[in-house]
Design a protein around this ligand. Structure first.
Ligand SMILES: C[S@@+](CC[C@H](N)C(=O)[O-])C[C@H]1O[C@@H](n2cnc3c(N)ncnc32)[C@H](O)[C@@H]1O
Length: 219
């Protein structure tokens, strides 16, 4: 499976103890989806779900678990690369007995092309993606032209991507990437009640740290 040469995430504090690793492996066997170059069958994973939503970069998964609990009729697939967060969200699935949430541990640039059929997702959540504020790191931002093509292929017609960021320059950048695109239509929205407040929100101390919600629909 081909991997991107530029990473949109940083490897940070990924160490977990042997006991945590063993617990994570056991839960992952039940509630994780193994990464392999084979397309997933959504009807097998979520036989009764009305909509299939992917969350990209769930961090510690606080919002993910709340959303899945609040919308039992939808199926959620949460993707991240961060082992402690994977372990944490798997534990939440067990604690809350969530039947409609599965976790994939890998880069979404590998997961989407190799494991998802075209037009298989009703929506994508991208909450507080790494902002990569330094100019020399801007190329690591996950939202770019290539990302739009990738998610366009995997979303159903009229499917959505809901993005939230607490970095105003990134919110502006996102709008600049989407504006010329023939693939999507949309823009800034008021924060929907469906998005739970995470620890990122409310931390804003200056004008660059206001939270912006953006919603784009696949044409
Ligand atoms: C700033 S954190 C936000 C976490 C969470 N959404 C929240 O609001 O608390 C961004 C997350 O995106 C993940 N991430 C970044 N690029 C990714 C990629 N290409 N594939 C999967 N996850 C990615 C990172 O590992 C990190 O956990």
């Amino acid at each position: 499976m081909e991997r991107p040469s530029v990473r949109s995430y940083s490897i940070r504090g990924s160490r977990i103890t042997d006991a945590q690793r063993a617990a994570k492996d056991a839960m992952q066997a039940l509630y994780g989806i193994a990464v392999e170059p084979k397309k997933l069958n959504m009807k097998e994973i979520f036989p009764t779900s009305e909509k299939i939503i992917m969350e990209i970069g769930f961090g510690m998964g606080e919002a993910t678990a709340i959303i899945a609990k609040n919308h039992p009729n939808n199926g959620y697939i949460a993707v991240d690369v961060h082992p402690p967060g994977i372990g944490k969200l798997l534990a939440r699935i067990v604690e809350d007995d969530l039947k409609n949430l599965r976790v994939i541990e890998d880069d979404v640039h590998v997961v989407l092309p190799y494991m998802f059929e075209d037009e298989s997702l009703d929506g994508i959540h991208l909450y507080f993606p790494d902002p990569w504020p330094k100019k020399k790191h801007n190329k690591r931002r996950i939202v770019n032209e290539g990302f739009l093509s990738l998610i366009h292929a995997k979303l159903k017609k009229d499917g959505f991507i809901h993005i939230a960021t607490d970095w105003v320059p990134y919110a502006n950048f996102i709008q600049e990437v989407f504006a010329p695109s023939e693939l999507f239509t949309g823009g800034v929205i008021a924060k929907p009640d469906s998005r739970p407040v995470t620890r990122f929100e409310g931390q804003g101390i200056d004008k660059d740290h206001q939270v912006t919600d953006l919603m784009y629909f696949r044409k």
